[in-house]
Ligand binder design. Structure first.
Ligand code: NAD
Length: 330
């Protein structure tokens, strides 16, 4: 079975290091190079292995790929490069979003632990005002390290990443508040959460972490009104997408010192140089790094190789993406 790679060349060697390519070559006939263009290059290809930077797979590409049976994406969302025609033509699609979820959950857990001790705000106060003589403004349990154990944590979205975070929170004796329109109260209890409406979550949670996909209905779900419901001193963690939050409203809340935020994603992204969020006390902004990077990339390649093995041996795929799923997934 003939396969081809299409992704940004710079990451190829990290996603598919030599030993993984050897494993892959035992399963399919793979070339040593990565395609940069897809038109007219897929004539005999049956399995297309894609990654970040893959060109769009549209009707014109598919017209030149009559034997294509599967597209295995060694990264997260397929929405950026796969068009509806892929699904309409019955091509099997798989994504390694499960493998990309683990590093985002790790990042989130680290930040929840630090946010629960108001670490960003305490670092800022120490650097600008010296050793603490008294309580810091805007820090809950002033002067005391609150800690994550037993904290009220709100999780927006029991997505792949959201579920990993929820699972990890149980070891901190946290019963998260969960908002997710695709989960019922019984399922939430099975996950170890209390299912609540988003307004209720915002009123109660001192730590809120966003894990829902960017969809029309999630655009600025944390708008000015809902941000205003968050308790004084609460921290918002966003590793999902910047468009889920009203950036201007969040900026005002953080600049006033009422709220804190840890943002791996923003809208716009990147923030313009000198944006007030970048310097607000109690705010950390990281440049979209929580997904797989460096050593973590290999897991994406391993997942993709596993999927190809399952595909050619007729087993169910673990990361199969169906067109109906696209309405609710990242
Ligand atoms: N920062 C990064 O590097 C990085 C890396 C990977 C993913 N992400 C982002 O993280 C988020 C989660 O990714 P994932 O792969 O876990 O998502 P996913 O595709 O597993 O999410 C789908 C689930 O989200 C939930 N959901 C859908 N609509 C919702 C809504 N309106 N409110 C609450 N929950 C809703 C449902 O449970 C649905 O099944 C996405 O926004 C994704 O783009 C960011």
């Amino acid at each position: 079975m003939r396969a081809a790679f299409a992704m940004r060349g710079a990451l190829f060697g990290e996603i598919f290091p030599d030993d993984l390519r050897v494993r892959l070559a035992e399963l399919v006939d793979v070339p040593g190079t990565v395609l940069s263009g897809l038109r007219g290059t897929l004539g005999d290809v049956e399995v297309l292995i894609t990654g970040w930077g893959c060109p769009r797979v549209d009707a014109a590409v598919l017209d030149g790929a009559p034997r294509l049976r599967a597209i295995v994406h060694a990264a997260g969302s397929v929405k950026g490069h796969l068009t509806p025609e892929v699904f309409e033509r019955g091509i099997v699609v798989s994504s390694a979003a499960d493998a990309n979820a683990a590093p985002v959950a790790d990042y989130t857990m680290s930040m929840l632990v630090l946010a629960a001790k108001s670490v960003p705000r305490r670092i800022h106060a120490y650097a600008t005002g010296g050793w603490p003589a008294g309580p810091y403004p805007g820090v809950p349990n002033a002067g005391e390290a609150a800690g994550l154990g037993g904290a009220t944590v709100g999780v927006i979205g029991a997505s792949r990443i959201g579920r990993l975070v929820i699972e990890r929170l149980t070891s901190y004796r946290v019963t998260p508040l969960l908002t997710d329109p695709y989960v019922n109260a019984h399922q939430a209890r099975e996950l170890g959460c209390e299912l609540v409406e988003l307004d209720n979550l915002c009123r109660r949670a001192n730590l809120v972490t966003i894990h829902a996909p960017a969809l029309p209905e999630t655009y600025q779900i944390l708008d000015k009104r809902r941000l205003g419901l968050l308790p004084d001193g609460a921290t918002l963690i966003n590793t999902a997408r910047g468009t889920l939050v009203d950036t201007d409203a969040l900026t005002r809340e953080c600049a006033s010192g009422r709220l804190n935020a840890i943002l791996d994603v923003t809208d716009p992204e990147p923030l313009p140089a000198g944006h007030p969020l970048l310097a607000a006390p109690g705010v950390w902004v990281t440049p979209h790094i929580s997904g797989a990077r460096g050593r973590e990339l290999r897991a994406l390649g391993e997942y993709a190789v596993g999927e190809i093995e399952r595909f050619i041996t007729g087993q169910p795929l673990r990361g199969q993406v169906r067109s109906a799923d696209l309405l609710r997934i990242a």
